[in-house]
Design a protein around this ligand. Structure first.
Ligand code: NAD
Length: 326
C-alpha cells in the first residue's frame, strides 16, 4: 500500500472562511490526508500535528522554532499568500525545509486593485461617493481636478508576477509602461507590454503613476522615502499594494499634506489595522483600503490548486516551484 502523506493546514481564525475550508477538503488530492490547525490552537496540539506533518499549507500561520525542530519529516512549507515577510526564512534555510509562496495565484487580483486605486484617486471617487450620500450633488464642479489613466506614464517598482499583470491591464488603458526591478524581465515580457526598464530615480521623475509591487525585504524597506518622493512630479500619484514598510509613511504623509505629490492609493500601512488617528485618514487626496488587494472569492481556488500541485510535485520527488528559500 502506498504511503498517505499528511498535510497540516495551519491558518488564522477569521482569515479563512468555512467555505474555503470546504474547498480545501474538496480539492485534497488522492493519497493525502489533511489536518486542520489554527494559529491559536493549544501549544501541545500544534507541536503534535506539526511534528507529524509531511507538508504544511499556511494562510497565514507561522510555526515556532520548537515546532519546526520537531518537524523531522516536513518536506515543504507551502504558503497560500504571496508575501512572506512574516516567515523566519533563516530558520527554514537552517533546517533545510523549502518555503514556497502561492505562485502568483492572486497576482491578477492585486493588479486589478492597483488599477482600482489609480482610477479612484484620479476620479476622486470618495469625494463623489460621500457628498452624494450627504445629499449634495457636485456634478461636474471638480472637472479640473479629475484625470484619466489613458496615455499616462506608469512606473512599476517590482516587475514580478503582480507588476507584470498590472502592466498588462495598464496597457489596455494605453498607458506607457516603465519599470524598475533589480532583475531584468525577459525580452518577450518587455515587448508584450512595451515596458522600458529604468533606474529608480529616472522612473520616479518620468511617471504620472508610481505603483509599488516589490516584496518587503531589508532592501525595499523605506524605498519610498522623502528623497524618492521628492523626485516625483507634483502631478503624480503613488499606489502601494505591496507592504506598508516599503514606504516611509511619515514622509509620504508630509508629501501629501504639502501637495508635493498629487495623491495616493494605499492598501497597506506601517501599522495594520490602521490606527484611527493616522493622519492619512484626514487627507482628501488619498484612497485607502484595508489590505484587501489580494483577496477575492476568485483567488481561493487558484491558491489552493497551486498549493496542492506544488505539494504533489515534492511528494513525487520533484523540486517545488515558486520557492522563496530551499
Ligand atoms: P514576485 O516575487 O513575483 O515579484 C517581486 C518583484 O520585485 C521581482 O521581480 C523582484 O525581482 C522585485 N524586487 C525584489 N527586490 C527588489 C528591489 N530591492 N528593488 C526592485 N525590485 C525588487 O512577487 P509578487 O507575486 O509580484 O508579489 C509582490 C509583493 O506584493 C508580495 O511580496 C507581497 O508583499 C505583495 N502582495 C500584497 C497583497 C495585498 O493584499 N496587498 C497581495 C499579494 C501580494
Amino acid at each position: 500500500m502506498t504511503k498517505q502523506h499528511t498535510i497540516v493546514f495551519l491558518h488564522s481564525r477569521g482569515l479563512v472562511p468555512p467555505e474555503v475550508i470546504e474547498m480545501v477538503n474538496e480539492q485534497l488530492p488522492t493519497g493525502f490526508r489533511m489536518d486542520f490547525l489554527e494559529q491559536s490552537s493549544p501549544a501541545d496540539t500544534r507541536l503534535d500535528k506539526i511534528a507529524h506533518a509531511d507538508f504544511v499549507l499556511a494562510y497565514p500561520g507561522n510555526p515556532t522554532e520548537d515546532e519546526l525542530n520537531a518537524a523531522k519529516q516536513l518536506k515543504l512549507f507551502q504558503m497560500l499568500s504571496a508575501g512572506y515577510e512574516w516567515i523566519d526564512l533563516e530558520l527554514f534555510q537552517k533546517l533545510g525545509v523549502p518555503v514556497a509562496n502561492n505562485g502568483g495565484a492572486n497576482a491578477p487580483t492585486v493588479a486589478e486593485h492597483a488599477i482600482l486605486l489609480i482610477l479612484a484617486v484620479f476620479k476622486k471617487l470618495p469625494l463623489h461617493h460621500n457628498t452624494l450620500h450627504k445629499g449634495q450633488w457636485l456634478g461636474a464642479r471638480e472637472t479640473l481636478q479629475m484625470r484619466e489613466l489613458r496615455n499616462k506614464t506608469v512606473g512599476i517598482i517590482g516587475f514580478g508576477r503582480i507588476g507584470r499583470e498590472f502592466a498588462r491591464i495598464a496597457k489596455g488603458f494605453q498607458a506607457n509602461i516603465l519599470y524598475y526591478d533589480t532583475v531584468r524581465a525577459p525580452t518577450v515580457i518587455e515587448q508584450e507590454v512595451g515596458a522600458e526598464r529604468l533606474a529608480l530615480d529616472d522612473l520616479l521623475q518620468r511617471a504620472d503613476v508610481v505603483s509599488v509591487h516589490t516584496p518587503l525585504t531589508a532592501e525595499t524597506k523605506g524605498l519610498i522615502n522623502a528623497r524618492t518622493l521628492g523626485l516625483m512630479k507634483p502631478s503624480a500619484i503613488l499606489v502601494n499594494t505591496s507592504r506598508g514598510p516599503v514606504m516611509d509613511e511619515p514622509a509620504l504623509i508630509e508629501a501629501l499634506q504639502n501637495n508635493r505629490i498629487a495623491g495616493a492609493g494605499l492598501d497597506v500601512f506601517t501599522a495594520e489595522p490602521l490606527e484611527t488617528d493616522n493622519p492619512l485618514l484626514a487627507l482628501d487626496n488619498v484612497v485607502l483600503t484595508s489590505h484587501i488587494a489580494g483577496v477575492t472569492l476568485d483567488t481561493w481556488s487558484r491558491r489552493i490548486a497551486f498549493g496542492f500541485a506544488n505539494i504533489k510535485r515534492v511528494a513525487a520527488g520533484q523540486p517545488p516551484e515558486s520557492v522563496i528559500v530551499g
